[in-house]
Write a protein that binds this ligand. Sequence first.
Ligand code: 3SL
Length: 241
Amino acid sequence: MKIFVYHTPELTPTGEIPECAIAVDVLRATSTIATVLAAGGEAVQVFSDLNELTEVSEQWPAQKRLRAGERGGGKVAGFELGNSPLDCTPELVEGRRLFISTTNGTRALKRIEDAPIVLAAALINRSAVVNFLLDKQPQSVWIVGSGWEGSFSLEDTVCAGAIAHSVWRKTGLPLDEIAGNDEVTSAIALYEQWEDNLIGLFHQASHGKRLLRLECAEDLKYCAQTDILDVLPLQRQPGIL
Ligand code: 3SL
């Protein structure tokens, strides 16, 4: 298995797809997706465009759907939810489909949706993703950070490093047999530096600071936890996990 890390969807190679592609948006889209599925959500359907989300979700029974929209960290007017995983309680989401569009995370998922295997990963479900990789042994794996509007993000890179580090340690292979590009080695180094203080890293991160200004400190704490949900958000058809 060769792992490649790309810091943003824009940095992924064009004209090729890996056997397995993993979208990461720790703050907060993939943390929210994992939470919804762990809480019994029927599925999560992702959209880049808010109007398309509204049109498609209207064809779904009202009592069986939830609409989540985030732009600039805030909730989109008229939607039931923004993008806080803490709002996604079993009481609210069980048996319902979440239709969601966020600034960066859902764009990353849309970018990789043509890969044969597509996953959504966050720190909270890291081990479920790693166990899947070790079991299926895909030849090529892309871990794609969502970043923020095309730029690098610490929180997505540290999660990519957490996944790659765990695969590396569990296989016992030399790092250069696992690392497909230099970004993998640097993501692992970032993870090794911060693994005992991920919340501290989030407080350094520009998007972490943005969310703190929006009074989302509890979201940061929740998303900084590792391996708390045994859930594998696996795409069943393009855009639907
Ligand atoms: O960019 C995104 O997709 C979001 O996850 C951003 S936020 O954490 O909801 O602000």
